[in-house]
Design a protein around this ligand. Structure first.
Ligand SMILES: Cc1ncc(COP(=O)(O)O)c(C=O)c1O
Length: 424
């Protein structure tokens, strides 16, 4: 029944929840329960080699030790001021003082990076329009767009000859969009892209920024917002690369168009291993604080009408960890260990694939690697028949390095090589 006996509105009756990731996870769990020796590459959370959830205990313990008032009381709607300050620090890192010499910053706490995506979709482009993103992207982006009455316009993930960026493709998408809309919003999940693990190099970041600035200067009546979805950034080699790119551009005399805003969707889900705590936020930079204040007033109204207020205890706990030198260093040491775990898994997979002629997409940081393929479902079904469970998405296969032990990579590569031979 499409409308649930008339209970669902016509717009809601088009909403379907067949998530390919959870479908394959169920298959894997059923096989494991039946005694199969499975490799589970479907999960999007970082697991230890023994399959248990990897925890950064410094932060999780800080949440557990929260003061009663932090658990019981409301948070200010836009978040605790000290947490907002921390959000700016997490987004900009060491470039913060340089950037804030020239620009103003605002931040708002949200229930995870997902909340930040919601704020931009709801406010930075007219309903009925499109948001720009690369053609390989996190699937739930479509849900955020659907809820906001928006569509997407994509440009290719990779450029000619396997370059990490397709600047011409981006410019073309931008040009079409500025001719149709009074605002342009770009969602760029970088570094450590989900689902490929791609991280843009400095030059590519600079090229994309320049294209955005040029477009904003050429179309002064069109609002331009570039949102960096930084969900995995603290696991990347250059965690604050976008702040560096911006600082370098400003150093080189970049003219900041007043119709341009740069934003960072910050998530503590991965960096602090606190997926369920729903903690994150949205940071924006612009030269004019009054313009930012107005934008954040609108964001606060969306937050109030969507999730009411953000959870308070995870914010206080994060502030407590980052304000205490010893705790901050324990958290950061553990982050280094987890980053190294991912790097070892990635190297092992890349080597095993290379020696078997399985050619993966460029992959550098974060939780995933990617096999581009026209028939991803056939590939993952074949792999699943050998009890290696991966996820078929639009255009390829997502390999969850975050969930697979280093020692399984040879087997994963063997099974993928065999699947590719069969499927073609
Ligand atoms: C690309 C990307 N962006 C944003 C998020 C948002 O995560 P959260 O809402 O848990 O902070 C995720 C989580 O998986 C993600 O993969």
């Amino acid at each position: 029944m499409d409308d649930a006996n008339g209970l669902l509105s016509s717009s809601a009756s088009t909403k379907r929840g067949r998530d390919p990731i959870f479908a394959m996870l169920s298959k894997c769990q059923a096989a494991a329960a039946a005694g199969a020796d499975v490799v589970n590459g479907t999960i999007g959370a970082l697991l230890e080699d023994d399959g248990s959830l990897a925890i950064n205990a410094t932060y999780v313990d800080a949440i557990k030790a929260s003061q009663a008032v932090d658990v019981a009381a409301y948070s200010p709607l836009a978040g605790l001021p000290d947490f907002n300050d921390l959000l700016v620090e997490l987004a900009l890192g060491p470039e913060r003082p340089t950037l804030l010499d020239h620009l103003s910053a605002r931040a708002m706490a949200t229930p995870g990076g997902g909340g930040a995506l919601k704020l931009t979709a709801a406010n930075l482009v007219e309903s009925g329009g499109v948001v720009l993103m690369r053609d390989r992207h996190w699937g739930p982006y479509l849900g955020f767009l659907g809820e906001a009455g928006l569509g997407r316009r994509t440009w290719p993930l990779l450029g000619p000859n396997g370059a990490d960026v397709d600047v011409k493709g981006f410019e073309a998408a931008l040009q079409t969009t500025v001719s149709e809309q009074s605002q342009v919003l770009v969602w760029l999940n970088d570094p450590a892209h989900n689902p490929t693990g791609l991280s843009l190099q400095a030059e590519s970041r600079a090229d994309l920024l320049e294209a955005m600035v040029d477009s904003a200067l050429e179309h002064p009546k069109v609002g331009h917002s570039l949102m960096i979805d930084a969900a995995y950034t603290l696991y990347a080699d250059e965690p604050h690369g976008w702040a560096t790119t911006l600082a370098e551009a400003m150093d080189a005399g970049m003219m900041w168009p007043e119709n341009l805003m740069l934003l960072w969707a910050v998530s503590l889900s991965k960096s602090h291993t606190a997926y369920g705590a729903r903690c994150g936020g949205l940071v924006a930079l612009h030269p004019d604080i009054e313009a930012l204040d107005r934008v954040y007033e609108a964001f606060a109204v969306t937050g109030r009408g969507t999730w009411s207020g953000p959870p308070r205890a995870p914010q206080s706990a994060a502030v407590g960890v980052h304000e205490d030198a010893e705790l901050a260093s324990a958290w950061s040491d553990r982050l280094d260990v987890l980053t190294d775990l991912l790097a070892r898994r990635r190297t092992a997979l890349l080597e095993a694939c290379a020696s078997r002629g399985v050619s993966l997409n460029p992959t550098h940081d974060g939780f995933f690697a990617w096999l581009e393929h026209e028939h991803p479902s056939d590939v993952v079904d074949r792999c699943a028949s050998r009890h290696v469970y991966l996820v078929a998405l639009n255009g390829g296969v997502r390999i969850g390095l975050c969930a697979m032990p280093e020692a399984s990579m040879e087997r994963v590569a063997d099974v993928m090589a065999e699947a590719l031979e069969v499927v073609g």
